[in-house]
Design a protein around this ligand. Structure first.
Ligand SMILES: *[C@@H]1O[C@H](CO)[C@@H](O)[C@H](O)[C@H]1NC(C)=O
Ligand SMILES: *[C@@H]1O[C@H](CO)[C@@H](O)[C@H](O)[C@H]1NC(C)=O
Length: 519
């Protein structure tokens, strides 16, 4: 079988251990999975003796061969030869690729596990047909997970494979992949140059009570882009054309009154609720993950705020995120104080591994933590002293947005925002925003509310939210009745309300105050 015709999209790796397989019959499970939509099978069994391996491999081959699906043997070239199957998969500690190729011949399919860039490039150079890249996420099936590389790590490898002339080596991601994350992993691992050819799953099928249905479901999930994927191409609008669209978007928000679902931070609830009402969205507070599905169905957006976080809150967050991701409801992550404590760093990791965020908004330290920067020390949750110059901030924000396929906003005296292709800096706002509680949080509420009504162009939606918010602050800050942060808050809420009313009545002049530049 020529490797070029192999469909790698749903790659099943078997597991015969009782913890995964239970008392099911291995061959029957594989048969059901193949009927359900698995496109390639790797027989992996580290415990059985050679005679048994050969015998089971032959049985499996009687299932896969009539279906036109390749069967590969993990590690054991001798077993592959004895059973007459299509190829092998070798790990880094197994027989080397060149020897395997010599033994099996040019037509055999040979795949290699790659945990990092060096291993991937070496295997590609040595003529691997495909790479199993991972470990993407922690997995119950392999205790010895050397390195969890996440979607960002997989993407980096895909990028380099392409850059170094190996764009035709096939790739599947492996590690902790299941129906809950397969589609997002396909989406977020992709680099603009090179996409994954498929996902490898173990327990998502092998441990299922209904392997046929499990395979069918997975195949269905990975065959379409996720609901949160941007459909529109990123329009290269001029600064003025972009800004000109903002007032009508704000008017649209005010007429639709989208639900803004907050999972948050009890510190500034009342203020945030008032902001939400002033801008024309409907706030709802719920930290109960179990009702998130019902709320997600109402067409609004979700704000996940890490201001107060515990493992229990996190599990509620993940339930809600799953519900919003499943319907493509916009989600904003506010990683408050992300780098400040071990708890929070772990929280960020778990959230990033568990969900897609349409927008990640934070100050420099928070964004650096989320981006995986090492050595970011954060004292408390204030923004602290800036460590990066504008150019570096732009590079970080743009790179992270491209990597995550989302919008990243780094707030500061000049905000930097990007969708990975288009990057803007925004210098509106007022110093009193830094003197009151909840200003960062309520900016998140505002952006998320706009995103609920402007789904085509996420960057435009976020920019509209920022400008409404920061221009209202500017207008409030210079009012005569405002003498400090205390009088600022009600004036600010009034100005948000005013901007909304002006937009609704077709008066968009307020946007002339925008200080936005294309970076
Ligand atoms: C909304 O979200 C913000 C930001 O996460 C939070 O601080 C606030 O308490 C929430 N407010 C309401 C009314 O849900
Ligand atoms: C915005 O970005 C442009 C281009 O990088 C730069 O020239 C300008 O100084 C920036 N504006 C501010 C206020 O930082």
């Amino acid at each position: 079988m020529a490797p070029s015709v192999v469909d790698y999209s749903l790659y099943l790796v078997t597991d015969s251990t009782p913890a995964i397989l239970g008392d099911k019959d291995l061959v029957a499970v594989v048969k059901a999975a193949v009927e359900g939509g698995a496109t390639i099978v790797q027989y992996r069994d580290k415990n059985s003796d050679t005679a048994e391996l050969v015998q089971v491999a032959k049985q499996l081959h009687q299932v896969t061969k009539p279906a036109g699906i390749p069967l590969l043997i993990n590690d054991r070239v001798d077993v592959a030869l004895a059973a007459g199957v299509e190829g092998v998969h070798v790990g880094q500690d197994d027989l080397d690729l060149k020897t395997a190729r010599n033994l099996l011949g040019p037509d055999a399919i040979i795949g290699v596990t790659a945990n990092n860039l060096e291993e991937a490039l070496e295997a590609a150079r040595d003529g691997a047909d495909y790479l199993g890249i991972g470990t993407v996420y922690a997995t119950p099936t392999k205790e010895n997970t050397k390195s969890i590389i996440g979607t960002a790590g997989v993407q980096q490898i895909l990028n380099e494979l392409d850059a170094q002339g190996h764009s035709d080596v096939k790739t599947v991601a492996i590690g902790g992949i299941n129906a809950g994350n397969a589609r997002r992993i396909m989406y977020q691992c992709a680099s603009p140059q090179k996409q994954l050819d498929g996902v490898a799953v173990v327990s998502a099928i092998m441990a299922s009570d209904d392997p046929n249905q499990a395979a069918h479901n997975l195949q269905d999930l990975i065959s379409r882009p996720p609901p949160f994927a941007s459909s529109a191409s990123k329009q290269q609008l001029s600064r003025d054309d972009l800004i000109a669209k903002v007032p009508s978007i704000i008017a649209r928000m005010a007429s639709k009154k989208p639900l803004c679902h907050n999972m948050t931070n009890l510190v500034v609830q009342n203020f945030a609720a008032n902001v939400a009402l002033a801008i024309g969205s409907s706030p709802i507070m719920s930290n109960n993950g179990l009702e998130a599905g019902d709320l997600a169905a109402l067409g609004g957006s979700l704000v996940v705020n890490m201001g107060t976080t515990t493992p229990e809150i996190r599990s509620n967050h993940l339930k809600a995120l799953e519900a919003y991701n499943a319907v493509g409801g916009p989600v904003l992550l506010d990683p408050v104080g992300a780098g400040a404590t071990q708890q929070r760093r772990e929280g960020v990791k778990a959230l990033m591994a568990g969900a897609y965020f349409d927008v990640i908004k934070g100050n420099e330290g928070e964004i650096r933590t989320v981006a995986g920067a090492q050595g970011v020390k954060q004292h408390g949750v204030d923004s602290g002293a800036s460590q990066l110059n504008l150019e570096d901030r732009i590079r970080l924000v743009k790179g992270m947005a491209a990597r995550e396929w989302n919008i990243v906003l780094m707030t500061g005296s000049t905000d930097v925002i990007s969708d990975g292709e288009r990057t803007l800096n925004i210098s509106n706002g007022h110093k009193y925003l830094g003197e009151i509680t909840g200003s960062g949080c309520t900016l998140g509420t505002t952006i998320a509310s706009v995103m609920a009504v402007e789904r085509e162009d996420k960057l435009l939606a976020a920019v509209a939210g920022i400008l409404m918010y920061e221009i209202a602050a500017e207008r409030a800050g210079v009012r005569e009745d405002v003498r400090g942060p205390g009088t600022f808050v009600p004036a600010f809420i009034d100005e948000l309300y005013q901007i909304r009313q002006e937009s609704v009545s077709g008066d968009g002049k307020w946007i002339e105050a925008a200080k936005v530049e294309i970076a």
